[in-house]
Ligand binder design. Structure first.
Ligand code: GCW
Length: 699
């Protein structure tokens, strides 16, 4: 070979590697990294923007037999719901174009994850599968850890650039690939300005890009808009001028966005205006908006996240306020309920409103963004947490009345069904801040499509799609070689599956909740309770630690929150001997030397104090184990993602130790008992931790 040729070959190989590396490294492609050049023949009688996408996706991602024929057919089949589809050996059947597109993504996923194609009908569990963006109109994101908003910005806010459109299109494609079909574009702490013509025009531009992917837009609205924006004297929902104002506004919106989804409302909550300001009920407020939206098929998602600073246990307030209104809402109102009764804590029992509101549509709200779970620093796979909630039995209509079945229409005849996740998406190149946080976006979509899926399967799919192509580029090994499975897939999946429990262990084990720092809800802060702050915003309100014991007494002798649950849960939660240990301090105030029953996972002879210590210690050890798993995974990951995750695991580990030291040293002041001697001694002093708590800004 002559010198020149060798040089050219070397240069070309170098260039190819560089291209692969760039492609593999930045995480922007999410789980959609597969590109295939296997030819495929697509037979499809119809054309539409959605079907064009379906065909393109098949052409770009086909990994089946070369030159196979795939038939896409729109058929009439009562068994297939609007978004559903049926995969057959030689094609996809659906009743709508979007059903075809979902079928295409499912088929490609099966090819890529080496799962067989079964010929069953696949319908979604929920009609509306929605991401709630807490994006402010100035481009910041409340509780966002992945950069600014992909929708709104401060400078030049109304110009729609090609870059905007490309990003929105990529976002829509990612959503469609996992079945998400709705986006609430602005923060629930809503600015009235969202209903201004300029902002509506931008919402319209977004809707136009999202539409072919089957993603409808929704808006969060401020209940006082008729007065603050419209100049009316009041926003009283029973006032005829107010009713007319909303009707006109809705008409204007539908003239711009004909498939507009509807409104999301946070009313009379955390300072937001609501019908109570005018002496009206939540039902009065929600129904007035619902009536305005009804002619166009729009819905109202009315949040049940309400609590006021009073003597009543905060965990009880949403139920107390909404239960008397059961049956009073229009059929296009859905009450949106957070998974737990307090606020997206690392672990909460399910909200007692699930299953209890039998004559009202209820939808679960999960938090994908990790406000209380380590922001974009911790590796926490949230699917197990949502699965735990969805599979919780409410017993409201007998055994098996899970939260999933009480909300997806299986048990109650809801006119509309829906599920929402608070998005973790921002302008960061990898969308979510942490490479593994992408798995939470993915998992939310998958569970919204099928609320009976198991997290292990979701993790398996996600890892294969997100990391395998990169491994292939590096190792050139054939599809899912046993080497890759054994040394990457299995350990990384194990890490993901344990990651949420690990976080619970080092942050808030055994039913502890809301003991985080007020500084951005990131690190530990069980001591924080300034006199001028309302008690239900401070950790001591929730842990109630004193020398006699620790935990919130929600039994019949305490706040009686247990009675908001259906039997046998009321009795089970009420007795510390039968209360699952994961909820022990949620429902009970117990002495430090309380002997943990063996059945609750405590070892015989351990006191509550010891059990607390061992849980914190275990959490730290789990994270240390994750570090080892990830270090060993290095040969299978591109260097950028490897180093980034490695760096974050180190930070998570430091923070886990901080949590453990802070909580053990703080609570030890009350327990006055030694930290068991086989546990590593604290390496931080409590007074230093407290002094440093607000040194860095953690929002
Ligand atoms: O979790 C709390 C957050 C607030 C949020 C609120 C809510 C959007 O700390 O930032 O406000 O819940 O869900 O409305």
């Amino acid at each position: 070979m002559n010198n020149k040729l060798t040089k050219t070959i070397v240069l070309n190989i170098f260039l190819l590697l560089t291209i692969f590396n760039v492609y593999a490294q930045n995480g922007h492609e999410l789980w959609l990294r597969n590109k295939s050049s296997v030819p495929v023949n697509i037979v499809c009688a119809k054309n539409s923007p959605t079907l064009i996408i379906a065909k393109q996706e098949l052409q770009q991602g086909w990994q089946g037999q070369p030159d196979a024929s795939v038939k896409l057919s729109i058929t009439k089949n009562k068994a297939i719901k609007a978004d559903g589809f049926r995969l057959t050996q030689n094609g996809i059947e659906a009743t709508t174009d979007i059903g075809i597109l979902y079928g295409v993504y499912e088929l490609l996923r099966r090819q890529q994850t080496a799962e067989p194609v079964n010929e069953e009908v696949d319908n979604p569990s929920y009609e509306r599968r929605i991401l709630d963006h807490w994006d402010n109109l100035n481009g910041t994101i409340e509780r966002g850890y992945a950069g600014h908003s992909i929708f709104w910005r401060k400078n030049d806010p109304f110009t729609v650039t090609d870059h905007d459109k490309t990003l929105w299109q990529q976002y829509a494609r990612a959503n469609a690939s996992i079945g998400i079909n709705g986006s609430v574009l602005d923060n629930v702490n809503a600015s009235p300005l969202i209903l201004n013509a300029d902002y509506l025009a931008r919402a319209k531009a977004i809707a136009n890009v999202l539409r072919p992917y089957g993603v409808r837009v929704y808006l969060s609205v401020n209940f006082a808009s008729p007065s603050t924006l419209g100049g009316l004297k009041t926003a009283d929902p029973l006032d005829p001028a107010v009713i007319a104002w909303w009707k006109n506004k809705v008409k204007e919106i539908y003239s711009m966005i004909p498939d507009f989804g509807g409104f999301l409302v946070k009313a009379s909550s955390e300072g937001q205006p609501g019908p109570q300001n005018y002496g009206r009920t939540h039902a009065d407020g929600a129904n007035m908006l619902a009536d305005a939206l009804k002619p166009y098929g729009g819905i109202v998602m009315w949040r049940a996240f309400v609590y006021t600073a009073n003597d009543n246990d905060r965990a009880k307030q949403a139920y107390s306020e909404f239960m008397p209104l059961d049956g009073k809402f229009r059929d296009n109102v859905i009450i949106q309920v957070k998974n737990g009764p307090v606020d997206f804590q690392p672990r909460e029992p399910f909200s007692p409103l699930f299953g209890a509101m039998k004559k009202t549509s209820v939808m679960p709200e999960f938090q994908i963004t990790q406000e209380y779970l380590g922001h974009a620093v911790y590796l926490v796979f949230l699917s197990t947490m949502w699965e735990e909630c969805l599979q919780s039995d409410t017993y409201q209509e007998g055994v098996g009345s899970t939260v999933a079945r009480c909300t997806d229409g299986s048990i109650y005849p809801q006119k509309h069904t829906a599920i929402a996740g608070v998005a973790n998406i921002g302008l960061d190149t990898n969308w979510c801040g942490h490479d593994f946080a992408q798995a939470n976006w993915y998992a939310f979509g998958r569970l919204a499509w099928n609320d009976n899926l198991r997290s292990e399967q979701i993790a398996d799919e996600w890892i294969k799609q997100t990391f395998y192509p990169a491994a292939l580029e590096k190792t050139g090994s054939p599809l899912y070689s046993s080497d890759w499975r054994v040394n990457f897939l299995v350990p990384v999946k194990k890490m993901m599956m344990e990651s949420r429990e690990a976080a619970v262990n080092f942050m808030m084990p055994l039913g502890f909740h809301h003991i985080m720092s007020a500084n951005g809800h990131y690190g530990p802060g069980p001591w924080w309770g300034p006199k001028n702050v309302r008690p239900d915003w401070t950790p001591p309100y929730y842990h109630q630690a004193d020398t006699n014991g620790v935990g919130f007494n929600r039994t019949k002798t305490g706040s009686d929150a247990v009675s908001q649950y259906h039997e046998p849960l009321t009795s089970m939660f009420n007795d510390p001997a039968t209360c699952p240990y994961i909820y022990l301090l949620w429902f009970h105030h117990l002495p430090w030397d309380y002997k943990m029953p063996v059945r609750q996972g405590g070892q015989s002879g351990r006191t509550l104090w010891e059990e607390i210590c061992y849980h914190y210690d275990k959490g730290v050890k789990q994270v240390r184990e994750f570090q080892k798993i990830w270090d060993k995974a290095q040969p299978y990951v591109d260097s950028t993602r490897f180093l980034e995750v490695q760096r974050k695991l180190r930070e998570q580990c430091m923070n886990a130790i901080l949590w453990k030291d802070a909580c053990l040293l703080y609570f030890q002041q009350f327990s006055r008992m030694p930290i068991p001697y086989d546990i590593e001694r604290p390496i931080n002093n409590l007074d230093d931790i407290i002094a440093n708590e607000f040194k860095h800004k953690n929002d």
